[in-house]
Design a protein around this ligand. Structure first.
Ligand SMILES: Cc1ncc(COP(=O)(O)O)c(C=O)c1O
Length: 405
């Protein structure tokens, strides 16, 4: 018996109808199902630093097992402020400007919920880290996408067209969401590009929300410049970062948003009611992580460079156009030479028949057609994993095409 008007209610919200399950995590499930090497999801398959693991164990033994202060344990906020000063010469007040969240994922959605209302617009470079799409839907903001254009040759840089970026800004623009070093392209935004973006933010009275989670994973002399360091931007930037990538602990779920006090106040309110707080003992381990010496960060970047340089030639030999990343740990590729109908058909062939899982390029674009000729590889993996993937990919050219998607 259906009550009242006799019409059934739809129990799921209209918001959730507008986005689908994460393609990246779906590919991880398929990788397990087909016993494929998972170069889809960007998590390391190697150990985290011993110092962190010890610190986490110690914290639990010492009964750091209850809620931390909702916006983050004081010693972790102090450590974050210290580190931002060391790396970017930014003065940050840990009492009023830092919110520790459950990963930078939560920091991003909390920041957008805290700053945007229905009718506001956010500018997002495309291809984009797939979360930003659902983040926009959940927060009610309308995304305006601006293309990052692939380089003409596979050693060049991804670029944006200044005119296209300018056209995306308008009276309703509340913020630009920026990710540098960038997933999936590997682009590292230069100071002059950031200054151009700054000029637009000032002209249109807009915020910058910058996801800097790959700040230490840089190649070929690329320098990471925080948007908050660009003249005029400190007061209108939310800087997002976290432990996942820098310390190889993606499952710990500790990240943070750094913003001027009024913005942090709003972010803290959202965060409190979303999750109350990030895992308390792992915040303590974060203090140990942020105290690692500079040699740790040099080694991290060097090891990732070696992994990049292991996978890149293997992809090119297998027939991909593979764009050289300057940062982060992904390689975006062009797959047109393989002659498949689209990226999903090709990714399904790779995971089922070749035994390598990748992310279809369409999941990084608003209009799937725009990414239908690309797939993304993650190389945050041990040498053995990358070599096995390379050896499987060598069989790609000779394989019969499956017609089923
Ligand atoms: C650009 C970007 N931001 C955020 C995340 C997620 O970070 P966290 O584990 O801190 O939530 C990822 C993970 O792949 C990412 O690539």
């Amino acid at each position: 018996m259906v009550g009242g008007t006799g019409k059934r209610k739809r129990f799921t919200s209209a918001k959730t109808e507008r986005f689908s399950e994460s393609v990246i995590r779906e590919m991880t499930r398929l990788a397990m199902e087909h016993d494929a090497i998972n170069l889809a999801q960007g998590f390391p398959d190697f150990a985290a630093p011993e110092e962190l693991k010890q610190a986490a164990r110690r914290a639990i033994t010492e009964d750091v097992n209850q809620y931390a202060i909702t916006w983050g344990a004081k010693n972790l906020r102090d450590a974050i402020a210290r580190r931002m000063n060391e790396t970017q010469r930014l003065e940050v007040d840990p009492e009023t400007e830092i919110t520790v969240c459950c990963g930078s994922t939560e920091a991003m959605i909390a920041s957008l919920l805290a700053t945007t209302d229905a009718g506001d617009e956010i500018v997002v470079f495309e291809p984009f880290y797939e979360n930003y799409g659902p983040d926009a839907i959940l927060s009610g903001a309308r995304p305006r996408f601006v293309a990052l254009h692939p380089p003409a040759d596979d050693g060049g840089e991804w670029t944006f067209d200044e005119k296209e970026l300018r056209a995306a800004f308008g009276p309703r623009t509340k913020a630009i969401v920026l990710n540098t070093p960038n997933n999936p392209t590997g682009k590292v935004f230069t100071r002059s590009e950031l200054e151009f973006i700054r000029d637009l933010c000032l002209e249109h009275d807009a915020l910058a929300v910058t996801d800097e989670i790959y700040e230490h994973i840089l190649y070929d002399g690329a320098e990471h410049v925080s948007m908050a360091r660009i003249d005029g931007m400190r007061g209108r930037t939310i800087t997002i970062n976290g432990m996942s990538k820098t310390y190889s602990v993606t499952g710990w779920r500790v990240g943070w948003a750094v913003a001027p006090p009024a913005l942090s106040g709003a972010i803290r309110k959202v965060h409190d009611f979303l999750t109350v707080g990030a895992p308390a003992p792992l915040q303590e381990a974060g203090v140990a992580a942020l105290a690692l010496p500079s040699a740790y960060y040099r080694r991290l970047a060097e090891e990732y460079r070696a992994r990049r340089d292991r996978l890149l030639p293997a992809l090119r030999q297998a027939g991909f156009v593979a764009y050289t990343p300057r940062g982060a740990y992904y390689i975006m590729t062009d797959i047109r030479s393989f002659g498949f109908a689209d990226d999903r058909a090709f990714a399904m062939h790779l995971v089922r028949d070749v035994g390598v899982a990748v992310v279809p390029g369409s999941s990084f674009y608003d209009d799937p057609a725009d990414g239908a000729h690309q797939v993304r590889f993650a190389f945050s993996k041990r040498d053995e994993t990358l070599d096995e993937a390379a050896s499987r990919l060598r069989t790609l050219r000779g394989r019969p095409r499956r017609t089923r998607g």
